[in-house]
Design a protein. Structure first.
Length: 110
């Protein structure tokens, strides 16, 4: 299977797991806690599969960068958390970094 498709699945699972972690209310609610633990387990397993063909630093940079952006958007729209200008600038820089890695780096798998 395509490593970037697996990476996208790992990112989606990480974002779902993090959202469930927030919903678990400090791991005091059973189902969101269990969902979060399962989601993290699956996302790390997928990430380990990705690292067979994409260099570790590149895979982790994409995984964490895209995950940060997505979970920030979920925090904004689902959990009604505020993002100030420095946070938005930081998120834009993270997006730029992910683009630079994918477009210009020779260390990514193609």
């Amino acid at each position: 299977m395509n490593a970037y498709l697996l990476l996208a699945c790992a990112i989606v699972l990480e974002v779902i797991a993090t959202s469930l972690l927030k919903a678990s209310d400090g791991m005091s609610r059973l189902w969101p806690t269990l969902g979060s633990l399962v989601g993290y387990g699956l996302c790390f397993w997928l990430l380990s599969m990705v690292m067979k063909s994409i260099p570790t630093g590149t895979a982790y940079a994409i995984w964490s960068g895209v995950g940060i952006v997505l979970i920030s958007l979920i925090g904004l729209f689902v959990f009604r958390q505020k993002l100030d200008l420095p946070a938005l600038i930081g998120i834009a820089l993270i997006c730029a970094g992910v683009v630079v890695i994918n477009v210009f780096s020779r260390s990514t798998a193609h």
